[in-house]
Design a protein around this ligand. Sequence first.
Ligand SMILES: [Zn+2]
Ligand SMILES: [Zn+2]
Length: 291
Amino acid sequence: MGCGSLPNGYAIYTCIYCHNYLYVPFTCKSRFCCSCGTRYTLDRADTIARKSINCPHRHITFTIHKDLWPLFQKDRSLLNLLFCAVSSTILSWFYNQNHKESFTPGFISTLHTFGRDLKWNPHIHVLITEGAAGNFTPWKKFNFFPYTMLRNRFQTILLSLLEKHLGKNNFKSLKNHIYKTSKNGFYVHAPKIKAHDIKSTVKYVTFCYDRHEDNKRIEETIHAYEFIKRLIIHIYDKFIYMLKPHVAKFRKHLRNWKCRIELYFHYDPLKCSCGHTFHFYYIVKKSYDTS
Ligand SMILES: [Zn+2]
Ligand SMILES: [Zn+2]
């Protein structure tokens, strides 16, 4: 609630031309703050975009039996096992598709500790590529994710990880209870993300080349994606990221508070009323009540 108020500390900027001062209060940096929290969300989206491969993705939700919830609430360090179980579930399924290739998809897992009703309900959201890189095949499309397999595999892997962690005897009765009451495995949801309306953005490329056989000039018109596909087939061992490196670098630069204010509120907060620029001068730390 005290986000951005002066007692929490502030930076002082000064204008060397008119000796004006500017006080910039520090923000709280809490994820629950409506201002700072939004900032984290934007940063996260940006970070994910920078790491993502430019291909269709699937959103998978991995949930667990509700009788396991209290276990994770009591000992938060167990939450890491959820990530381990999700990761093993995904990687082992891809490995089983072809042992020699041992396909590896790209995926990012995020922990949510609450459901829509805000009650404690730890579950994992995964953003995964609809394709994977193999040892020999640079990229293979996978757009089929078998729910039943994911459900059962995730349940088995997580329960055995928990058993290892908590001890066989301590976990035995809960484990049996879970197997008895959720015969189909934990609920795993993987809806297909609707592709954007590609038709409206259809673009064609016309190009020409001299044919080897008869040296004849050939003109071809193909879809832009097909054209790109033909080009990138020659690039080996490297992925096409969603953001080009220079774009990623530029967007990172936009993350400082001055740029953000310019971006969202359309004014330069460091511009003095005299027209010159404020320069950093001093930091005043948070004042602690010592009474
Ligand atoms: Zn000034
Ligand atoms: Zn805040």
